[in-house]
Design a protein around this ligand. Sequence first.
Ligand code: WT7
Length: 657
Amino acid sequence: MSENSQVQLTQSPITTGPSSLIPDMSSWREQWLSALNDPSGFWLDKTKNLLDWAQAPSLGCEGDFWSVQQEPIRWFADGRLNVSVNCVDRHLETRADQAAIIWEADEPGQNVTWTYRDLHEQVCRAANVLTDLGVSAGDRVIIYMGMVPHAAVAMLACARIGAAHSVVFGGFSAEALRDRIIDCGARVVITQDEGRRGGRAVALKSVVDEALSSPEAQVDKVLVYKRTHADLAWDESRDVDWESACSQVSAQHEAQAFAAEHPLFILYTSGSTGRPKGLMHTSGGYLTYTTFTHRAVFDLREGDVYGCVADVGWITGHSYIVYGPLSNGTTTVMFESTPLYPDAGRYWSLVEQHKVNIFYTAPTAIRALAAMGDEFVTKYDLSSLRVLGTVGEPINPEAWEWYYNVVGQGKCALVDTWWQTETGGISLSPLAGVTPTQAGAATLPLPGIQPVLLSPESHLIHGPGEGRLCLNMPWPGQARTVWGDHERFVKTYFSDFPGRYFTGDGCRRDEFGHHWITGRVDDVLNVSGHRMGTAEFEAALITDELVAEAAVVGFPHPVKGQGVCAYLVLRSEDQSFGALSDEILARLQAVVRARIGVHAKLDRTIRIPGLPKTRSGKVMRRILRKVAEGETKALGDVSTLADSAVVEAIIEAASKA
Ligand code: WT7
């Protein structure tokens, strides 16, 4: 019997509303089987009901996980639509005066509401501006902004004219931004003068300037939304002021329909190499999947105020702040600040003030807030809440219970949603009001998702067990390729377990068939819900001449989920191992911040005499991971090490750092 056999399933404290797409478990079963048996038929039927197509598709899915080597999978290939029209224009008839976006600014009390009519005008104007700047269908546009509604407008304006956007999270450094500008061949960058976060200014335009100072990163224009009106450098020949440009163009824009497989966006994410990959998502399938899952998972209802406090720089912001919610005609909240500004009650004051019905955040925020005490929650009226969601990393049962009982007062459905940049939308999750839950389980697959567990030797695991999580069949929301490198796409996701999509995650399945994600099994780190590669840290560290060799691993961290631990071999006369001097530590923190971004930080650094390598020179990361976890004895087989004495030295150094 597995350790979970004592665990009871908790029935959802709510039932589904009148517009539920999957009202109960028998409907989930029926739809899941129908999507399994006839994926094309299932999704063609869904998409015709969920979206407005200029030309309805007759084709469902083409291609599979074997043929993906030759060419990307396609969905609805003969259909044509405009994503921006689906997210904005089609709601004008019935919702022109309904709030589309509620923007909660960094300073409490400064909020702005945009109706669907406002949003439509803004998107049309921005689309006209982009066209005037020379952007046309098929071009790429980088968006480097904070959490302002103009970021959503920028995305929708690109979608409207068929240009693929690539949003780069506003914490990334100039170097990281430059690499992305070059990789996607962007024609225009859209940014803002500065962001605001936690009472402080966040440099954005000046970072763009720095990125563009590199001769390989050249763009035609930089469109700048002035958020703080800070006094900044301005290049008259290149920089364009958003407000004044928008005021000079028409508030109308006739949108053209594009093929379903027309690229919608590229989003860079970390993998197991030092170079991030640009996952490309297309239009019809992505919008179908995000619209469907947003409605089904959260049991979205007419009149709901929906608040997802992620950032548009990550996939959660794309799928569940902008595209899914707006396509569904929801009121979506955009939150500029942090959960701790001005104090740990910020989320709950936001919920009270805007009467938020559905609230979606990351486990790391829940853990940080739970540690601050319940008073920050209980002093607010949270009675509007009906559904709570989490995403981004495994949620530990204690954090789950706190969220469920203290925030939700035991009256809200709690959905732990598992998915990835690559999947485009929620793939494993309870459905609010439907699926019985267990604290910490992502439970069951959405229709169209067929999860399987495999042993490292590719044996299929039947029944309860643990293995590598793969998905067996295509679904409309999945990324189609890595921008400019389809080979890398195939190699990363379809070669370890041929014929299946490999997620990179480990997963346990219990006797209820529920899925418990155990974390990444590759070299990807998940720190406070931010995805970073160990190889990215290593590549950054070795740019410092002081560092001869570096190996980075993750270790369990009580709030961040995972912390970053760097083992360093330094070029230095001084042979003291263990902790780094403050000066060297500060220097290396600056290096990773400059190469990656403000979200990249070393939580622990250990100076060692040498890395544990096999005779063929491969670093045995398993040993480093174990030592970082505090293990000193059960390190597994070390007989293949070239020099086994190094292990003792590493353990000793770790005890001093
Ligand atoms: C990785 C994907 C999905 C949007 C935000 C992250 C981890 C995500 C869960 C969850 C356990 C989770 C996985 C996944 N992850 N959600 N509910 N439970 N782990 O997107 O940056 O592409 O990261 O985040 O490890 O592979 P991402």
